[in-house]
Design a protein around this ligand. Structure first.
Ligand code: EPU
Length: 428
């Protein structure tokens, strides 16, 4: 497997353009199955999770025409299968969106249970609660989740936990279900709003996305459209933290500054200077980071998907910071890797106490999941000397052209096959 080899210690400087949002793309692409006409989706990130969704759509019988690396045309009219096999789901969390999309389209879906990053237990009970409230029967049999309905009809469903995935899946299943569906305690992430905007652009009637109550009046027919995905909040946040962590000065373009407020606020607390423009944000830092406490929460709180990156920055802060993980049960596995680089982090359940050290030192580390992988790259960029990041298949799932983007900012980062990486380390 390829590795990243990073010769760190250089401040990042320059401009980076953010790609389309992974978590919007992986919801909107399955949603195209609800359309009765072809749809063109633009500003897609060129990442392996998106390619995996193209494969699933083709396997289901949809016609997928990739026009260029960020645009695809999908004609769903001949999709006639309702099965997403384990092999097709390929360990991806977003494969679960085919449950909602296929249930909405064909009133039947059989999908391998979702995989994705390992943060402890990742239940789908709230998705199932929503499907059942809409009138479906859901069984888990032979390693597959099967949802089936004679007919679906609008319902009220209260989510016991704020779940992005359940909110999206219920929206998908309800878009064409006759009557009014109300999702209470819905997630409010930017990608939920993007999905609602996409569905509305093809004729759905969805109100309240971005608030805790979403109302969906089912329609009979959904047409076609050309739709452009929002910029990726987490990719942008990752470059913001990398800029601050390397004491750099970076203009991050093609972003929605409103989506970055919680990240910008925390970075400002650490001493970074943040300037917001209409569609870009500039981050610079010229001091040792100040300690600060962070609690992750559903949107608009500080995103859990930025937790490993900010922890990496705080590992060299001028005091002790406490990070509380408010979304996932087990999202601190990566801290062992940071410890290998000299960080001082004590984890107790959903809390990590980070005592700032002077500097990180290079070491061979692993990307234990997608965002943890991004954090390892940031750590490598911070440490003087050569850091090797292994298991980067996770990073490829969510960051487009990461080597090219960091290289353009002055970083010395290379992707190398496993064997040559060992050679380079010997020479360093
Ligand atoms: N939960 C339940 N029951 C459910 C669903 C969720 O108890 O039926 C719990 C989870 O165990 C977790 C919390 O609710 O404790 C939130 O989970 P959520 O359903 O919101 O997460 P998700 O939809 O599986 C998406 C993102 C994740 C991101 C979370 C939280 C996608 C494809 N994934 O996951 O993104 O961490 O929301 O914001 O949108 C990433 O991009 O790196 C990533 C992991």
């Amino acid at each position: 497997m390829d590795k990243f080899v990073i010769n760190g210690g250089k401040p990042l400087k320059g401009m980076v353009r953010i790609s389309g949002a992974k978590n919007a793309a992986v919801a909107i692409l399955p949603a195209v199955l609800l359309a009765d006409e072809p749809c063109t989706i633009e500003n897609l990130p060129n990442i392996s999770d998106v390619t995996a969704i193209y494969r699933i759509l083709s396997d289901l019988g949809a016609q997928v025409r990739v026009k260029n690396k960020s645009t695809v045309e999908i004609d769903p009219r001949h999709a006639n299968s309702f099965v997403v096999s384990k092999q097709m789901a390929a360990g991806m969390r977003a494969s679960s969106y085919f449950l909602g999309a296929l249930l909405g389209r064909m009133r039947r879906a059989r999908v391998a249970p979702p995989g994705g990053c390992d943060f402890g237990v990742r239940p789908i009970d709230q998705h199932i609660k929503g499907f059942e409230a809409l009138g479906a029967k859901v069984v888990i049999e032979n390693g597959m989740v099967e949802a089936r309905a004679e007919a679906l009809s609008g319902c009220s469903v209260y989510l016991d936990v704020v779940s992005v995935g359940a909110t999206i899946n219920i929206m998908l299943a309800a878009a064409k279900a006759p009557g009014l569906t109300v999702i209470e305690n819905a997630a409010r992430e930017p990608h939920i709003v993007d999905l609602a905007n996409f569905l509305n652009s093809i004729g759905a009637n969805i109100m309240g996305a971005g608030t805790g109550v979403i109302k969906i009046r089912g329609v009979e027919h959904l047409g076609g459209t050309t739709y452009s995905i929002i910029p990726d909040q987490i990719e942008a946040g990752t470059y913001m933290v990398a800029a601050a962590a390397t004491k750099g000065d970076v203009l991050i373009t093609n972003v929605t500054p409103k989506h970055l407020e919680s990240i910008a606020a925390k970075l400002a607390e650490t001493g970074a200077e943040i300037t917001e423009y209409d569609e870009s944000v500039r981050v610079s830092m010229n001091c040792r980071p100040h300690k600060c406490n962070v609690k992750t929460m559903p949107h608009p709180g500080f995103p859990t998907d930025m937790q490993p990156q900010i922890a990496t920055l705080l590992s060299v802060a001028d005091g002790t910071s406490i990070i509380t993980e408010g979304v996932w049960d087990s999202r601190f596995r990566y801290t062992d890797q940071l410890t290998l680089m000299g960080a001082d982090i004590q984890v107790d359940g959903k809390m990590a106490v980070i005592t700032g050290v002077e500097r990180l030192s290079p070491a061979p580390v692993r990307a234990v999941d997608l965002r943890a992988g991004a954090a390892m790259i940031i750590a490598g960029l911070m440490a003087d000397g050569v850091t090797e990041v292994d298991n980067i298949v996770h990073i490829d799932r969510g960051y487009e052209d990461i080597v090219e983007k960091f290289t353009a900012l002055g970083a010395d980062i290379r992707r190398v096959p496993a064997e040559p990486a060992a050679e380079l380390l010997k020479q360093a």
